[in-house]
Write a protein that binds this ligand. Structure first.
Ligand code: NDP
Length: 317
């Protein structure tokens, strides 16, 4: 056997050279725009086949209360996705002073409507309305956002149901690029009901070892350095410093922050993180389009149309 011995000096030289090379190696992009397009095309095909054979076209009711500019942009984009996916939409744009009773009455009607398979109430809601009461008033089989306690409970118990769109979209994105989380250490920064918590459940189901960080986590850097898969969902630009990322980490940036010049950025500095990560999601164009695509997939599934395509992963742990 040939044994090559390096002096400490030579070893340091090669280490420095490799570091220099790696400085210019950029991460591969997890392209949410491309993958969401694949998902939407698959959903469209399945819906067309379903309606051609006499099935009912899936219908989504989209409820917007008030005129929050960001919410209006999201809702417009979701309605456009519906068009692309072949899902019919019913739009309800309600005034900002809508009462909780009025909203509950509308949801009751939509729950009972056989042409409506999915009900989406855009969050945030104005302060006079209790978001949890509204979320849980949507029939769980029409809860295409996957926020209802019943659906989150099903996810916690490893049972298939309507899954929260952002975590599901992230799993689909990883799956599309052949990245298997099994056995890897996934660190999630952010523990909200709609992203961080269900994300941890998805990763557990996939066989990852999960650490969830939140506002009371001491020494965030310590945990970020350990991540093989890092998912950041806080909504604070710079909450995670790119220098903390270990070389080769898979970085998923969920955060959306609007700068003063109108530019959208994530929670981590993309350029610096891309020089250390193996894979990274851009903002915009990463998690956002995947979240919306999963809404379409959930709506098709709520209407009883199931799509068996490569982007669809199944829980196995
Ligand atoms: P929330 O404000 O509901 O949750 C933020 C989470 O970050 C909370 O769990 C909070 O902890 C945690 N947090 C706050 N400060 C720290 C800290 N210093 N260290 C670690 N964790 C901290 O936000 P969302 O989950 O709804 O959204 C997060 C971001 O993702 C936002 O920018 C949002 O716009 C974006 N988003 C993007 C989506 C997409 O499709 N691209 C979809 C949904 C959201 P605690 O629980 O202790 O309060």
């Amino acid at each position: 056997m040939l044994v090559i011995r390096y002096t400490t000096q030579q070893f340091e030289y090669w280490k420095a050279t490799l570091k220099e090379i790696l400085k210019h190696v950029r991460a591969s992009i997890l392209d949410g725009l491309e993958v969401s397009d694949v998902v939407l095309t698959d959903v469209r095909k399945a819906i067309d086949a379903h309606t051609l054979s006499g099935g009912q076209r899936p219908g989504l009711a989209v409820v917007l209360v008030g005129s929050d500019p960001a919410s209006m942009i999201y809702v417009r984009a979701k309605r456009k996705d519906c068009e692309k996916a072949g899902i019919s939409t019913r739009d309800f744009d309600l005034p900002i002073d809508t009462t909780q009773e009025e909203l509950l009455t509308l949801i009751g009607e939509l729950n009972a409507d056989n042409e409506v398979h999915g009900v989406l109430v855009q969050l945030p809601l104005p302060p006079q309305i209790d978001e949890i009461a509204i979320t849980n008033s949507i029939k769980s089989s029409k809860d295409v956002d996957g926020f209802h306690a019943f659906n989150v409970g099903r996810l916690a118990l490893r049972q298939h149901g309507l899954r929260p769109c952002t975590p599901r979209g992230i799993m689909a994105l990883l799956h599309y690029y052949g990245i298997d989380a099994k056995g890897h250490h996934c660190v999630i920064v952010g523990a909200s009901n709609i992203v961080g918590r269900p994300m941890g459940l998805e990763m557990l189901i996939q066989g990852a070892t999960v650490t969830t960080c939140h506002r009371f986590t001491k020494n965030l850097e310590h945990f970020v350095r350990q991540a093989e898969i890092l998912i950041i969902a806080v909504g604070q630009q710079g909450i995670v410093c790119a220098d903390w990322i270990s070389e080769g980490t898979i970085v998923i940036d969920v955060g959306i922050n609007r700068l003063e010049n109108g530019k959208l950025v994530g929670d981590i500095d993309f350029e610096s993180a891309a020089n250390r990560a193996a894979w990274i999601t851009p903002v915009p164009g990463g998690v956002g389009p995947m979240t919306r695509a999963m809404l379409m997939l959930n709506t098709a599934e709520a209407a009883g149309i199931f799509i068996n395509e490569p982007h669809k992963q199944s829980p196995d742990v």
